[in-house]
Write a protein that binds this ligand. Sequence first.
Ligand SMILES: [Fe+2]
Ligand SMILES: [Fe+2]
Length: 135
Amino acid sequence: MAFIDWNDTYSVGVTHIDNQHKQLVRIINELHDAMGAGKGKEVMGKVLFELIQYVNTHFKTEEEYMVKFGYSDYDSHRYEHEKLTDEVKRFHEDFKSGNAIVTIQIMNFLRNWLLDHILVKDKKFGKFLNEKGLN
Ligand SMILES: [Fe+2]
Ligand SMILES: [Fe+2]
């Protein structure tokens, strides 16, 4: 069993966004596996960096849709994105300088953050996009 098992309850009803969420799940699972396998700093750093890059790509995609369609909850949604981005970046800096390691607590934090965010904020946004004709 994977650390995060994707299932349809996580779908926000927009294929482009769902595919990106699945990709995020894939990278978080990869990070979890690398941690479990006791991979060294170099491998862990690479996966962490991949996660940061992809989180950025994904948040940009959602925020571009929000601007394009005039989404009224833009500010509070973007605020959650920014908070996570800051936290992950800070963690990556600590990791690189040797002051942090990837632990199960970090993994649980990432999983809970992603799933909670998808189930509340992204689902609400997905519904809005559906109303705009996007599926
Ligand atoms: Fe999302
Ligand atoms: Fe989001």
